[in-house]
Ligand binder design. Structure first.
Ligand SMILES: NC(=O)c1ccc[n+]([C@@H]2O[C@H](COP(=O)([O-])OP(=O)(O)OC[C@H]3O[C@@H](n4cnc5c(N)ncnc54)[C@H](O)[C@@H]3O)[C@@H](O)[C@H]2O)c1
Length: 283
């Protein structure tokens, strides 16, 4: 199928579009005729990515209420009514049981509330016009969890649940939702994930453009769940059918990582402060 003008005259907003997966989305949509609005916390990255696709940049925080309102207002002024919103900005915080409150809070705001706030601001327009598309960049960690990064695993599950909820609630009003759930993708996030993240994901890692291609394929077929690593589907099914077996596998995986996730000594031998916090993010 020729997709050259698939998004002709459509306005697409991509949060966290300054680099990585978001920048790949921007390229994919722009190459098919969309007017792309690139948001990123990093203003230079947003401007560079927007310029590369002939789009416009709206730098800023896409997670706060004020930031989302500003982004949506500016996108409408600069490019017109929004057809597609890619809630893509995300943060990966690693840690075990004593991970600080602020890492949980940041993960909750960026990985989840950003999606809630954007969809809340967009739905009135989308219901009125009878169509809209919400793309949620989740992660395979939102379907399968991930050792050593509790806030990431938990908030990505929440992002996935929210995408499902949006889809089941507003599909009849014309909303299309896509939940994109890759494993490792060669971006700065993976680069910064340290030896544990690399051990978990590097071997099967794909390029950011592969994620955008998988999203395009799902848009064409109308599929909600986007699996750039197709093997994730079988693992997700395995988890649902035999949770104990799946947990055993996850324990094995956690133990095999180069980072020491669990104190190697018995607690009575190490009463002072066992090394509960993993020094590296696995993603
Ligand atoms: N890289 C991977 O292996 C991988 C795998 C699965 C899912 N993901 C998800 O894909 C998405 C994109 O990740 P990436 O790998 O491209 O990461 P990245 O770190 O390379 O890029 C993320 C971009 O988001 C921006 N950003 C962060 N917080 C923001 C905020 N509050 N407002 C606006 N911009 C913000 C950053 O400045 C950065 O440019 C994330 O949601 C991530 O969780 C990544």
């Amino acid at each position: 199928m020729d997709t050259a003008s698939l998004f002709e005259n459509q306005v697409v907003v991509v949060t966290g579009g300054g680099r990585g997966i978001g920048a790949a989305y921007a390229r994919m949509f722009a190459a098919r005729g969309a007017r792309v609005v690139v948001n990123d916390l990093n203003g230079d990255a947003a401007r560079e990515s927007a310029a590369a696709v002939g789009g416009v940049a709206v730098p800023g925080d896409a997670s706060t209420e004020a930031g989302v309102e500003h982004l949506i207002r500016a996108a409408r002024e600069l490019a017109g009514p929004i057809d597609i919103y890619c809630a893509n900005a995300g943060v990966a915080r690693a840690g075990l049981i004593d991970i600080p409150e602020k890492a949980w809070e940041l993960s909750w705001q960026v990985n989840v509330m950003a999606h809630v706030r954007a969809s809340r601001a967009l739905m009135p327009q989308w219901v009125l016009q009878g169509h809209g598309m919400f793309v949620s960049t989740v992660s395979a960690a939102g379907l399968l969890s991930i050792p050593g990064a509790a806030p990431y695993a938990v908030t990505k599950h929440a992002a996935f649940a929210y995408a499902e909820w949006l889809a089941m609630t507003y599909a009849d009003a014309g909303l299309r939702v896509h939940a994109v759930c890759p494993q490792g993708v060669r971006t700065q996030m993976l680069e910064e994930s340290g030896p544990a993240g690399k051990a978990l994901m590097e071997e099967s890692a794909i390029e950011a453009d592969d994620v955008a291609t998988a999203l395009l394929a799902a848009i064409l077929t109308g599929q909600f769940l986007v699996l750039p690593h197709p093997e994730v589907g079988a693992m997700y099914a395995g988890r649902a059918t035999d949770p104990d077996r799946w947990l055993k596998g996850m324990r094995r995986q956690g133990k095999s990582l180069p980072t020491q996730w669990i104190p190697k000594v018995a607690p009575q031998d190490h009463p002072a402060h066992p090394p509960l916090v993993a020094p590296n993010s696995p993603l």
